[in-house]
Ligand binder design. Structure first.
Ligand SMILES: O=C(O)C(=O)[C@H](O)CO
Ligand SMILES: [Mg+2]
Length: 258
């Protein structure tokens, strides 16, 4: 049975950010993830994790100016020093939270542009080396172009090929099933191919990106498939609740912490 992490950027928005940790634990989650911790003090996040016996499953490196439309810096020209600073900042939060997986967003750009590919490779290699010193994984996530137009890493095959070329044991795929269904479809076959190189899985219904309890994908089947494939990482619930978060947790009943 998969272990689920509540995504506190999207779920439990009825509470302030720090109170979402308490609400997620109360709802039966044993782990949490979110996009960015950087507006909060590391020790305050640590206190919420400890108080609630929660595992921190994942967060992202600083993405640049999100409000201005930046979606990561790794493939961008002239931003290597900012990527390196972001790694330093993320590691402070890794120390406080005990997280084992950190996602490096690629940024917007053309994956066929040679210079962008070189920038990306340099950023990934730098981040991966520094995370490896602490026993952490660096995750790379393909994101669909409808939600994030112009995103550099917008294809699962390309991501898998790059991960193979980088040849770094702590660089892994972040397999967001929602994005995979939108980009490629044939999710089960892709899970069978790519779970061996995946460090984290995320879920949402398609197309609404709401609770994983209907629409295009049969999640109970996919959860069993993850078990059959021997996946032991977390499954991040990266969805927008239709209404109140707790009202939409019927799908989670069989999986919640007792
Ligand atoms: O959008 C997603 O699916 C993510 O997981 C990223 O972390 C941020 O956009
Ligand atoms: Mg995702």
């Amino acid at each position: 049975m998969p272990a689920f992490a509540a995504n506190l950027t999207m779920m439990f928005n009825e509470w302030s950010f720090l109170d979402r940790f308490d609400a997620a634990a109360e709802a039966g989650f044993s782990a949490v993830e979110y996009l960015f911790p950087y507006d909060f003090k590391p020790e305050d996040i640590q206190e919420r994790l400890v108080r609630n016996g929660l595992t921190q499953a994942l967060f992202n490196m600083p993405p640049g100016d999100w409000a201005a439309g930046m979606r990561g810096l790794a493939s961008l020209p002239g931003r290597f020093d900012d990527v390196a600073d972001g790694v330093t900042r993320a590691l402070v939060y890794a120390e406080a939270t005990g997280v084992k997986n950190i996602h490096l967003m690629s940024g917007l750009g053309d994956r066929n542009d040679q210079q962008a590919r070189l920038n990306y490779r340099r950023a990934v290699e730098h981040a991966a080396e520094r995370l490896a010193e602490r026993g952490l994984n660096l995750l790379l996530e393909p994101i669909n172009g409808r939600n994030m137009p112009g995103y550099f890493l917008n294809d699962f095959h390309a991501a898998a090929q790059m991960i193979g070329e980088f040849g770094l044991t702590n660089v892994k795929l972040q397999f967001d099933i929602y994005h995979c269904q939108i980009i490629h479809g044939d999710v089960t076959t892709r899970l069978r191919e790519l779970i061996p190189i995946s460090g984290h899985v995320q879920i949402a219904s398609v197309p609404s990106r709401q609770e994983p309890d209907g629409e295009e994908l049969n999640y109970p089947f996919l959860f069993s498939e993850l078990d059959r494939l021997g996946y032991t990482g977390y499954v991040g619930c990266e969805y927008h609740p239709r209404g109140r978060t707790t009202d939409g947790l019927g799908w989670f009943e069989p999986y919640k912490r007792g």
